[in-house]
Design a binder for this molecule. Sequence first.
Ligand SMILES: Cc1cc2nc3c(=O)[nH]c(=O)nc-3n(C[C@H](O)[C@H](O)[C@H](O)COP(=O)(O)OP(=O)(O)OC[C@H]3O[C@@H](n4cnc5c(N)ncnc54)[C@H](O)[C@@H]3O)c2cc1C
Length: 497
Amino acid sequence: MGTLVGPVLSAFTTSKDRPLFPSPTASLPSSKPHLTTSRKIHHHEINTSRFGNFLHLKPESKPGCLDSDLPWFNPSDRPCFDVIIIGTGPGGLQLAEQVSQYGIKVCCVDPSPLSFWPNNYGVWVDEFESLGLVECLDKIWPMTCVYIDDHKTKYLDRPYGRVSRKILKTKLLENCVSNSVKFHKAKVWQVKHEEFESTIQCDDGSELKASLIVDASGFNSSFVEYDKPRNYGYQIAHGILAEVDSHPFDLDKMVLMDWRDSHLGNEPYFRVNNSKLATFLYAMPFDSNLIFLEETSPVSRPVLSYSEIKRRMEARLRHLGIRVRRVIEDEKCLIPMGGPLPRIPQNVMAIGGISRVVHPSTGYMVAQTMALAPLVAEAIAECLGSTRMIRGKPLYHKVWNGLWPIERRLSREFCCFGMETLLKLDLVGTRNFFEAFFDLDPYYWHGFLSSRLSLHELASFSLSLFGHASNSSRLDIMSKCPVPLVRMLGNLALQVI
Ligand SMILES: Cc1cc2nc3c(=O)[nH]c(=O)nc-3n(C[C@H](O)[C@H](O)[C@H](O)COP(=O)(O)OP(=O)(O)OC[C@H]3O[C@@H](n4cnc5c(N)ncnc54)[C@H](O)[C@@H]3O)c2cc1C
């Protein structure tokens, strides 16, 4: 198996030879997305939306599979590996690629290892540049903007990119294949542990053994244990990649957040709710007729209802004069934010969503996981690499502390405080907060959003944010956040002990 390139690159098509993601996923950064399908769609055939109401439109594409082959685990082979990774999302595949570089025997288990990733991932371009992954972006916007309200807009000189799921997954799979990673198509039911070895039991009846099991099966996994109540906040969003008649956004600016609420002028019920628990629009304009739109609740506890998000989005699109002709893809986003880390250490290692690498204040995770996987791989290699054979408890201790060393745990505590603060703010408070946030020295706001600030820098960042905040914002933070502040200080103290 060395020739994965051709089959994989041509694989994002359905069995009917129709491009699965007919537009931007197929293009490189500079190329313009196109909406051609194998059959021309005549205007009278298009099931267009009533003005602004896109909710009755069915998404035309469902994530399909790569039409390719992988080096599969053969049941007649010895079912023993150094590392088994459960899940081939971005987290699992990146770790598989990194660990296998050390000559460590890896098997990835997933019910559908060749499936397309379903989510639409956005990242800051500098994050992917520093990872050497910029060619995995299929669209780059040179600037981003934040609509604070109807009168104030911030233009941010920080390019933003959309990840090509096809290119990134292809690249990771190719590297895994050339590093002799095996794949097994099954769902893992159970993990059992002995002193130096663990066994996974799969839904096809197979049992595979390894010195280390890594759970990369996403936020909902049950293989990783927690010893504290999981008091998550939730980011919830509804997104569509849509063909529209037109939209009002500049093509060279990605809309990071649109906090305007004038669309709710004739919707008193939603306006009141939105003023307490606000949602914003996140938009990636690809061309004048193609756009990704996502109405997003940044964080709520309990979670805001999904139907309310969709109704607010409907009102917003109507107000912006966006008539949706076709929904090409849709996504329901529900990301648990903040909350405790898993018990550290434990005999199942974790990466990706279940390892709580997700940024507690933003819900972003992809770039951070890509950056941390090499560190986890290095820790694994120090134990299971060619010269050493450290297994059992010392291995678990080493790898968990490779992912979550004390400094990173402390910084995360700080970002959890950021989430708790956001949870307390109403629309006015949220607008004031982001106005002050994006006024900061870019070193701080870039660093905060990309989890790059040390604990010391996070403290300076907070002071600077407080200094930039309006008086009402300062009052808001002081009156609404003493409990989260005390909790954060308590947690910081516990981590240090
Ligand atoms: C809709 C949405 C949009 C997001 N957008 C962004 C974004 O723009 N930027 C960003 O940085 N982050 C984003 N995130 C957050 C995060 O980056 C994603 O959730 C990311 O997909 C997590 O990657 P993962 O590898 O941990 O898990 P997943 O991508 O969820 O992959 C898990 C894999 O494990 C497999 N699996 C599950 N159970 C089992 C089992 N029992 N046995 C074997 N295999 C199993 C699944 O089939 C799947 O392939 C988004 C999240 C969502 C939900």
